[in-house]
Design a protein around this ligand. Sequence first.
Ligand SMILES: [Zn+2]
Length: 453
Amino acid sequence: MDNAHLAVKQAHNTPPGPSGAAPNTCRRARAQAAGGTHSGAFPLVDTQELRPRRNHAGSQPFTVIETHHPETGEVLEFEWTGKQGLIPLRYTITDHQNARAERWAMKWAVDRLLPGSRQWKCHRWRIPGKALEVKLSLEHQKSFYAGFEACGSVWGCPLCAPKITERKRIEVEAGMDAAKAQGLKVMLATFTVPHGLGDDLEQVRDQILTAWRKGSTSRAGKAFRKMIGLRGYIRVVEATYGENGWHPHFHVLLFLDSDLTPHQIQSGWYPIWLDGCRKSGLADPSEAHGVRVDDGSRAARYVTKWGMDSELTKGHLKKGKKSVNPWDLLRVHAFGLDGVASELRDVVAGLGIDKEKAAGLWLAFFRSFKGTRQLYWSNGLRALLGLKKEKTDQELAEEEMDPIAAILATLTDQQRLDLIRLRKLPELLNLAEDSPGLIPDFLVSLQKKNRTQ
Ligand SMILES: [Zn+2]
């Protein structure tokens, strides 16, 4: 590491705290991440060389160290914590191997919470009659498994959900492009209802879906949709958890043939949403927040970022945010409060959530939401935009990442069991990307390890 690349700045008074579970580029650190332990040591830089001087009182100051990634040149920030050495402070690089290791660690948390479930069987059971293979995409240089059963759960599986949402996101983007080419406008509408801590999540979810239906089938609702030139919509259901408990809500992409402004649509829609909410037994939505309509740029931004909360491990929490999403809760349960980014830790600690409470909340969410359609295309919209028949979540989860892929290894049943028991499935994928020649030795070493344990 070139000293010229380093700039050390003292940042006293900033509360220290490891961000843990963060990007690492060396294999040892990745192995730690894959094993579910997040000591946080970052061996990319020589910690001895960067050790900041103690201040005159002898106590260790909180120090932020900036450096550059040796390959990508990206700025990285570390915190010097003394005992643990350097800990990455900010998620600045999207290291897919790290993101993948984190997804697997979250999957193991789901395994503990839902033993024997479809999610537990996912990437554990083999598809009958199919070989279990380690493959490498020749286009993206990323490795993956073929031949495992996939659960296809968009709400409950850290392995399937990012895959499903990413494929859907790409389709939504294609739909928006097609709409633009046809001269249609796309706006983003958000529909919310007041909620309280005692609310039954499943009941509220049903009620807001009913409120939406009532608003589209009522005479006023139909007339309004015609008036604003609504040619179709894509509805996304989300739930966040904050100081008032669970907050289920909709984001709806509106495909419009109209010259109306977002504000005109928003104020016209409110009475219809209010009516729907009243008819389905919900409290009156607020006039300020019940319906919010934003223009196309906001819609595009929403779609670009959609699904990232399950994919991106850090940095998705905006400053000042007071609520978290279900993946955050699962993350807190999987890694503990000390193992997550400080932004997330601050929010959940403020909500009185610890590792165990996070598990209970996540389970309650999952049980209420499983079976709910996350993303819904209104009838006829796909055809209007020239898109093919929609695939199910299960089909998307089972689809191979890349048809142009090399088979690097075919695993026996014993090897599959060794990999599962020793939690080495993500590590084998790393090896397949970095040093595929070492795969046979790696598998033999697992076999030995499994015998001795
Ligand atoms: Zn799955």
